[in-house]
Design a protein. Structure first.
Length: 123
C-alpha cells in the first residue's frame, strides 16, 4: 500500500506512476499509471501497493494453461420470403435405461404389492 508522497516515476509492483495525483469528489487520490504491458489506467492511491497490475499477468497465465473454448456460430442464412411457414420439428427424447439398483427396487416393490394383494384376497 502506498503511503506518504507518491511522485511520477515511482514503481509499485507492475504499475509505474506517470502523473501526479488527482482527487475525486470523495477526496481520494488517483494516479495515472502504466502497467508493464503498456496499459494506462487511473489507479487509486490505496490500491497502488495491493494490485499487481491491470490483469495482464492473469490473462497470460490463463491463456497458456487452459485451452480456449471456441464458440461456433451457426451460418446465417439470408432472409428468404416463403409462402408456407416452416413447421417446428418435434423434439424426441430417448428413454433412459434403469440402473441395476433401480431394477432391483422395482422388483421388490412389485413383489411387495403382490404379497399385499394376496393377503387381501386370502390366497
Amino acid at each position: 500500500m502506498a503511503t506518504g508522497n507518491v511522485s511520477a516515476g515511482d514503481v509499485f509492483n507492475n504499475w509505474t506512476v506517470l502523473s501526479d495525483n488527482k482527487r475525486d469528489e470523495k477526496g481520494e487520490q488517483y494516479f495515472m499509471c502504466v502497467c508493464i504491458c503498456g496499459t494506462q489506467r487511473s489507479v487509486r492511491k490505496g490500491n497502488l501497493g495491493k494490485t499487481t497490475g491491470c490483469g495482464c499477468i492473469r490473462k497470460s497465465y490463463q491463456a497458456s494453461n487452459t485451452p480456449r473454448k471456441v464458440k461456433t456460430q451457426p451460418a446465417k442464412v439470408p432472409n428468404q420470403k416463403s409462402a408456407a411457414p416452416k413447421k417446428a420439428t418435434p423434439i424426441t427424447y430417448e428413454k433412459r435405461t434403469k440402473s441395476p439398483r433401480e431394477k432391483l427396487e422395482d422388483k421388490l416393490e412389485q413383489h411387495r404389492l403382490e404379497r399385499e394383494l394376496n393377503e387381501m384376497c386370502g390366497i
